[in-house]
Design a protein around this ligand. Sequence first.
Ligand code: SAH
Length: 217
Amino acid sequence: MTYNPRKIRLLMALRGAGVTDTRVLAAIERIPRELFVPDAFQDRAWEDVALPIDLGQTISQPLVVGLMTQALDLHPRHLVLEVGTGSGYQAAVLSRLCRRVFTIERLKPLLREAEARFKALDIGNITTRLGDGTRGWPEVAPFARILVTAAGGPEPPKDLTDQLAVGGVMVIPLGTDHRDQRVVRFRRSEAGLIREDLWPVRFVPLLSDPPQPVRSA
Ligand code: SAH
């Protein structure tokens, strides 16, 4: 691997800011963030900033990717659901730390680009879907881990909490308005969901598609 001083600096900054899990740091080191960032921002690919991608969306800040990934407490055998594929960067980082990532994006051009990146990087354990991720992925559920990378309302979507396995963990930014979002971690115990509010954050909104009209055959 070629020596990239910006990358080394970023990894040290992430560690200093609380990303102490060496497996998470190694995953971030291995995934070439420059491949997920638009041409116009190539020189900033290894800065600790969120950057714009197409259609008004963003690739998350590396620190946020690191902390959210760490908060998931992944195990190599886990099946992970990600809602909000975006550039595909977060999914690629997850793919190094679990058995399989199921990722859903509602904007087709973004999903197609992310798929091309997974292929170029020869990542074989990510399955993609175009659609509304707030419905989850019922055919695969339950998931050991769920990560939402767009900001929901005050409560997590019910379909997602329903698809969380007992013992499972979901990490999701929640908040009533743009200036007041927090990353929240839910654990499903036998008795129900345990909520833990983590740190403040700023994400693009989680948009649910309107319910489809019921069609008679
Ligand atoms: N994880 C991404 C960053 C996500 S930006 C990365 O690493 O680059 C948030 C993404 O969530 C956007 O691409 C947006 O289109 C998508 N999104 C918002 N609401 C959604 C929904 N209900 N279902 C699926 N994707 C959604």
